[in-house]
Design a binder for this molecule. Structure first.
Ligand code: GAL
Length: 646
């Protein structure tokens, strides 16, 4: 269940056999290679040098490792860029993004599509049937470095084609976007530009379609690679390594073409960089362990994206790219590995075998130091390998709670926040943290996905509700908590004619007649169940015959319920969510446990895991008579315990 990322091209070939043997001795099974090696595979246009890769795969395979081969399309070489400068992406300000790092291509460039097809085909033909190649990784981290959206001539051309396929006629587009406003009407698709250069904000409908188009371009680029790999490499799996919160393309859609969703987990870097927002005090408290929900959120998200999922890159020590790059507390690499396995990861693969003492990532640790000696994480990985050898992990099971995660919602609120701090990411994160602090396991579900079997469903906010989702919400026996602005938008990003929550009114008879956004510091309170909860940022005015369950200070309704459906007409605080979701979950008979700071739980089959991200020992919240498989009744800082109930 363990693997490593390796760059044979960084090291003399005489080292490879010893490296491979040490990987096996450590207990690793998978090795990912090749994803940035284009300049070594094709040093000059059309001159392929397979020799070194043949030898590397052979050496690793003979040692007993299963190779995951990456396609090198994240790094088009210099000669390609010089021959075809039109492959380069263009940023929002209209500047061409240059050569000299990675991901400098546009998904819409026809020349780049052709070149990518060519190199992937050559690779797949050569290694598709290689007995040591177990699977393929497409490209590397789509969207990294803000590369999903590009604003050049090739992007414009493809966008017009996409719009014409979506709307059929220009009249339909004008109508959908409301282009009569400010004389924005077009006479043909050829008149439409990209939305980045307008004087003041461009039409939000224009932006949303551009976001949708950009997402589709990533999906199509990946699909092109997948089709080639499937044709030439039957029986091998295909994975992509997704990133920490990068909503720019729809991962659910892209993963339909994959066998496995990989993701790259860097808990300390993510905590320092607010990949999900962390308070300043928690940044200090968890500087060496990572926010206790940071990795878990993504494990659950990517398990929702694809039932088979890996951690393709696991942080092994300090990284180089955050504002600050602390060293993980001793034990954390082991803890992170176990937490991924507890959430159902099939494989955890460390980034990387050895620290390369040159170029951009020279400060980034690996399992081994540049002087060829093992580094701290080497021994922690070894410990996990030994622990895994002694324990047979039980299968995972669905969680009792579902969180409906909506990529398009993120785009809608980026385009029209209406109040600066209204970020989809932050709202989802609040719901998730509240559930984790209550000791509950959570599954992520795509909008319209099945809600069968869940007892509690949270929808942090889904502005555009389509029929499958409405039906799922209507028919689920679960209690459903809907956040603010759910149902507030039409497909083309207008306000629904019947007012928000649009078609949801058929299930929940209420109408949002006004909204306001508030700057941080402007007070707003919600009273529920005899308690007052300070809230912030967003409030709605609701007309309804329903009697409110919670109130704003002016006596107007803030919280409504009919049947199993609950609606929050405000941006909830973490305290409120913990109280409200805790109350609902307890009513439903779910195993609510209010956890101390830094401690988190996760179940896998009959096993319960407790992880201590904090610096003080915590009693394991286990029933009496629990039998410990790992650790014991006190969870020391930066360690875990696993128990089964006898
Ligand atoms: C990932 C990337 C790797 C490496 C790593 C460093 O985002 O996929 O290639 O750059 O970060 O932490």
């Amino acid at each position: 269940m363990l693997g490593v990322c390796y760059y044979p091209e960084h090291w003399p070939p005489e080292r490879w056999a010893e490296d491979a043997e040490r990987m096996r001795a450590l207990g690793l099974s998978y090795v990912r290679i090749g994803e940035f090696a284009w300049s070594r595979l094709e040093p000059d246009p059309g001159r392929l040098d397979w020799g070194w890769l043949d030898q590397a795969i052979e050496t690793l395979g003979r040692a007993g490792l299963k190779v995951v081969l990456g396609t090198p399309t994240a790094t088009p070489p210099k000669w390609l860029v010089d021959q075809h400068p039109e492959v380069l992406a263009v940023d929002k300000e209209g500047r061409v993004r240059g050569f000299g790092s990675r991901r400098h291509y546009s998904f819409s460039s026809r020349v780049y599509q052709r070149e990518a097809r060519r190199i992937v085909t050559l690779l797949a033909q050569r290694y598709g049937q290689n007995p040591y190649v177990a699977g393929w990784q497409t490209d590397n981290e789509y969207g990294c470095h803000d590369t999903t959206r590009s604003y050049g001539p090739e992007d414009l051309r493809a966008f017009r084609t996409w719009l014409s396929a979506r709307y059929g006629t220009i009249e339909a587009l004008n109508q959908a976007w409301g282009n009569v406003f400010w004389s924005m009407e077009y006479r043909s698709f050829e008149e439409i530009d990209l939305p980045n250069q307008s004087v003041t904000e461009a039409n939000p409908s224009h932006w949303l379609d551009f976001y949708r188009f950009s997402s589709d371009q990533v999906v199509a680029f990946n699909r092109m690679q997948v089709e080639i790999l499937r044709a030439h490499s039957p029986g091998r799996f295909i994975v992509h390594n997704f990133m920490g919160y990068t909503p720019d393309f729809d991962h659910f859609k892209l993963a339909e073409d994959l066998d496995i969703a990989g993701w790259d987990s860097y808990p300390l870097g993510f905590t320092d960089m607010d990949v999900l927002p962390v308070s300043s005090s928690d940044k200090i408290r968890y500087a060496h362990s990572g926010h206790p929900d940071m990795a878990a959120f993504h494990h659950d998200l990517y398990r929702g994206v694809k039932p088979r999922w890996w951690v393709m890159e696991q942080q092994p020590g300090p990284v180089n790219w955050a504002h600050h790059n602390p060293s993980p507390a001793p034990g954390m690499v082991r803890l992170w590995t176990w937490e991924a396995l507890a959430h159902g990861a099939e494989v955890v693969s460390y980034f990387r075998w050895r620290q390369f003492p040159q170029a951009q990532e020279q400060f980034h640790a690996g399992l081994n130091r540049p002087d060829f000696q093992p580094d701290v994480a080497f021994f922690e990985a070894e410990q996990v390998a030994q622990e895994l050898a002694a324990l047979a992990l039980p299968p995972t099971q669905p969680a009792p709670v579902a969180l409906v995660f909506d990529y398009e919602a993120d785009w809608v609120y980026q385009i029209q926040p209406q109040g600066e701090e209204f970020r989809y990411r932050d709202l989802v994160w609040l719901f998730y943290q509240a559930l984790r602090r209550l000791g509950l396991d959570v599954d992520f579900v795509r909008p319209g996905g099945s809600l069968e079997g869940y007892r509690l469903v949270v929808v942090p906010s889904s502005p555009i509700l389509r029929r499958p989702m409405l039906e799922a919400l209507d028919t689920t026996p679960a209690a459903v908590v809907l956040g603010p602005r759910t149902g507030s938008k039409t497909e083309a990003l207008g306000i629904p004619p019947e007012l928000p929550p649009g078609a949801l009114q058929a299930l929940l008879p209420l109408k949002v007649v006004r909204v306001e956004s508030l700057r941080p510091g402007v007070e707003l309170e919600v009273a529920w169940n005899g308690q007052r909860y300070p809230c912030a940022l967003w409030r709605e005015w609701v007309e309804t015959g329903l009697a409110p369950k919670g109130y704003f200070p002016d006596g107007k309704g803030a919280l409504f319920q009919q049947r199993h459906l609950h609606y929050l007409a405000f941006w909830p605080s973490l305290d409120f969510l913990q109280a409200y979701l805790g109350y609902l979950a307890a009513t439903l008979g779910l195993p609510v446990q209010r956890l101390p700071e830094g401690l988190r739980l996760r179940r896998r089959g009959p096993w319960t895991f407790a992880f201590n991200y904090g610096s003080t020992p915590q009693p394991a919240p286990a029933p009496s008579g629990a039998r410990y498989l790992l650790g014991g009744p006190v969870v020391a800082p930066y360690t875990l315990s696993i128990w089964v109930q006898e």
